[in-house]
Design a protein around this ligand. Structure first.
Ligand code: KG4
Ligand code: ZN
Length: 359
């Protein structure tokens, strides 16, 4: 009989709860986006994020219970993101999870958000059959707070091969969108506008693309976009946006695929995963499909609802850890950082030591 793990994710600005099995089957997931609350500020305001999590949390848990018709007696454990993330946001999820675990006498599992993203491609549901995916694989976790490449040998066996040295790719998308007057969060809007633009209309730098290392850099691209936008007459900007977006997006996609290509070549691993919010990008998805088909790699990109922050991925990681006999005490705390023991440093770094980005 499949276990049922109730999971909570509140590390950033999405409140999400889900019920998941240790096979990765998602019985149900309900989430609340805070995009509208943060939009006027052009970025995530931590204080507002915590407040919105706390308002949304219990109604979402109730909705999930109603939707899945699960009984508390059927739930085997409570999983919650406890690292990394915004501390105030993490605390809301953590306190809720601890209370539920205590009141219903269930094991508590604190999950690393990045482990959730790495394992998200295993998730399936009534609309998606079980993916034929197995370890080892190379994973690119690319989102608003992190852009890293991992060699994944098994559950809990993650080596960081490399990461961005400055901005995360999603952060670069969001900052570019802000400069171009597209609002926040901008990744989706850039993606949409880019569909009618030319990818070679503007020349943007592809930081470190030819370096024999997995390190990435998107700050030069951001400055270049800033200069480019400043050089365009404000009255002409609107008409030029599709070309600007397409060319900017292409630079990010090219760097991400080049670094994945290097990882596949050096590790000789044939399976590759792209996950995290930016893996919702349509150009990244289609270019990665073409690349993988050409190189005969087995590529897995989760459906968009499991790419962006979601509780299902946290529930799956928690379920697997519970299977291994792990659980946490009720004194488990939140952390803004990835604990050093969560990830090993990969063998293939050149230059600066790889570091894991904050989520
Ligand atoms: O994983 P996620 O939901 O939250 C973090 O852990 O950061 O990722 C959010 C990021 C944002 O920067 C957002 O702009 C970006 O993912 N994003 C996209 C797209 N959808 C979301 N970036 C480019 N194209 C998209 N379609
Ligand atoms: Zn994330």
């Amino acid at each position: 009989m499949q276990k049922k793990i109730l999971a909570i994710e509140t590390s950033c600005d999405d409140t999400s709860v889900a019920l998941v099995s240790e096979e990765g089957f998602v019985y149900g997931m309900v989430s609340a986006s805070q995009d509208l609350a943060h939009q006027p500020f052009g970025g995530i305001v931590p204080e507002i994020a915590s407040r919105n999590h706390s308002a949304a949390m219990l109604p979402l848990v109730e909705e999930l219970i109603k939707k899945t018709q699960v009984l508390w007696s059927e739930i085997s454990g409570i999983a919650v993101t406890n690292r990394p993330g915004l501390i105030g946001s993490l605390i809301v999820g953590l306190v809720t999870a601890k209370t539920l675990a205590h009141v219903h006498n269930k094991p508590l599992l604190g999950v690393n958000h990045l482990e959730g993203h790495i394992l998200a491609p295993f998730l399936f549901d009534t609309e998606r059959s079980k993916p034929q995916l197995s370890f080892p694989f190379i994973a690119l976790a690319v989102s608003g707070g992190h852009t890293s490449i991992y060699e994944v040998q098994g559950l809990g066996d993650y080596a960081v091969l490399g990461a961005t040295l400055d901005d995360a790719a999603g952060e670069a998308f969001d900052k570019f969108a802000k400069m171009a007057g597209l609002g926040f969060p901008g990744g989706v809007k850039v993606d949409q506008l880019a569909r009618t633009g030319r990818v070679d209309a503007y020349e943007f730098p592809r930081g470190l693309i030819h370096e024999d290392s997995y390190q990435m850099s998107f700050s030069g691209l951001k400055s270049s976009a800033q200069r480019m936008i400043a050089s365009i007459e404000p009255s002409e900007l609107q008409a030029k946006l599709p070309d600007l977006c397409a060319s900017f997006q292409e630079a990010i996609v090219d760097v991400l695929i080049a670094k994945l290509d290097l990882a596949m070549k050096k590790t000789k691993i044939k399976t590759v995963v792209i996950t995290g919010g930016v893996s919702a990008n349509s150009r990244l998805r289609s270019k990665a499909q073409d690349w993988a088909a050409k190189k005969k790699f087995d590529l897995h990109i989760p459906p968009i609802k499991y790419c962006t922050d979601n509780a299902a991925m946290i529930g799956y990681a928690g379920a697997l850890r519970l299977e291994r006999g792990e659980s946490h005490d009720l004194n488990l705390g939140p952390s803004p950082r990835v604990w050093p023991e969560d990830f090993k440093s990969g063998n293939f770094n050149k230059g600066r030591q790889a570091r894991v980005q904050r989520s």
